[in-house]
Design a protein around this ligand. Structure first.
Ligand code: HEC
Length: 121
């Protein structure tokens, strides 16, 4: 009986985070792809290389997500740039324009295009 109680608490401890996670809105790179192709492709380009059709007009070039400094960024870093934008650049914040779910999905899509890789200069 004692063992069953221990086992049960283990299942509870391991299971609760899963339960909490399932309440998060669904985030997927596929959903992010649609967001990217609507809002980001003009500057960042189809493959995220910073070579979209609008890029030539910009003084500050859009980031190529494949460069090592970008690939080394955490999803939190990328999401920060998406939410708040970057100062003195055409990359404005998307807060209030995209939902949190869309911003997380588009971050996942960027990470699918250019997977995370640690980088030491
Ligand atoms: C008007 C052009 C433009 C559009 C549209 C645009 N961006 Fe950007 N983005 C930029 C520029 C320019 C930079 C680089 C700014 C700098 O270097 O200061 C940038 C930087 C970023 C970065 C920072 C990357 C890094 O390595 O620090 C992320 C992430 C990003 N953009 C995501 C997005 C997403 C997602 C969208 C669509 C929802 C988007 N951008 C739409 C121009 C744009």
């Amino acid at each position: 009986m004692k063992h069953a109680a221990i086992l049960f608490s283990f299942i509870l401890i391991l299971g609760l985070p899963l339960l909490a996670q399932s309440q998060e809105p669904e985030v997927s790179p596929q959903k992010g792809e649609a967001v990217y192709k609507t809002h980001c492709v003009g500057c960042h380009g189809l493959h995220g290389k910073g070579d979209g059709p609008d890029a030539a007009k910009l003084i500050v070039p859009p980031i190529n997500f494949h460069r090592p400094e970008s690939r080394a960024k955490s999803e939190m870093d990328l999401r920060g740039a998406i939410i708040w934008g970057l100062a003195f650049s055409p990359m404005h914040g998307w807060w209030g324009k995209l939902s949190g779910e869309d911003m997380r999905s588009v971050t996942a899509y960027i990470r699918q295009l250019a997977p995370y890789e640690p980088f030491t200069p």
